[in-house]
Design a protein around this ligand. Sequence first.
Ligand code: NDP
Length: 312
Amino acid sequence: MEKTRCLIIGSGPAGFTAAIYASRANLQPILYEGMQPGGQLTTTTEIENFPGYPNGIDGNQLMDDLRKQAKNFGADVRWGVVTSVDFSISPKKIVIDETQTIEADTVIIATGASAMYLGLPDEQKYAGQGVSACATCDGFFYRKKDVAVVGGGDTACEEAIYLAGLCNKVYMIVRKNYLRASTIMQKRVMETPNIEILFEHNTVGLTGENGVDGADLIKRKGEPDEERVHIAIDGFFLAIGHKPNSDIFKPYLETDQTGYIKTIPGTPCTSIPGVFAAGDVADPVYRQAITAAGSGCKAAIEAERYLSQNGL
Ligand code: NDP
């Protein structure tokens, strides 16, 4: 059976930064990229707030650079999805693509988070036929059409602005009477003429014979002036937050209600010695590329310490 001193699961900023530090510390890490190589930044456009890029950088470019940097120092970056783990023994056992098992002295979990859906049956019914959770991936298909974005956070604003550049009209469906997004993003949305914000609206269903042609909404749900509203749209984009990708670790590691892996505050250390969690999978608060990268660095340093303290 293959054995490694350091196995990194995930290929976002946390995973690749851990790989850079671990390979420079001569841990010869193996990194499995997972289902979405490069992670969430590959589904965004321009990253404007990653230090070192005064003019911003394309998300895919940033991830390609991080991958290259990790490989340059000797990280073994592989395609493959970790499908199960056994953390009850040391070395830990990790199963790749349900077939291949690897033993690892240390494991760095950097599996990130995935887009959330409202939970309406219509989201499944129209999956790939008008429903999407990634404007930059699918926006192109809705050029000059009318679309809706659900959510009032930074992601929703970013996606609405991106879609406004492609589409005829963009509705933002916001359940509260205000946007949660940062002031700068709110201002950009307000200044975009073809975005219309529908405050205090909830989606109850989608309509259409062959793909989406509209959405049924309820305005001011539960209030005396509650009203049903129908909007004609061809695309329905979810931007209501993310769920941490922690399911396969739950038998071994404690998570919070949403599923974020609990770590010792200020560190990437989990309740199992030798297992570390970095990036969005363990961060319900900041969830930024730069904070993910920082925690990946910490995880690699902790892995190195664990190995030397245990003579591994
Ligand atoms: P957030 O959790 O910040 O926002 C989610 C939004 O979706 C909220 O408006 C929320 O409404 C709404 N929502 C959640 N569930 C439902 C539901 N069931 N029905 C209707 N609406 C719902 O997620 P984001 O993905 O926007 O952002 C995550 C983090 O990433 C934040 O910290 C954000 O600042 C950051 N980010 C930063 C960017 C940047 O700096 N360039 C870009 C994108 C994200 P409500 O307000 O009512 O809870």
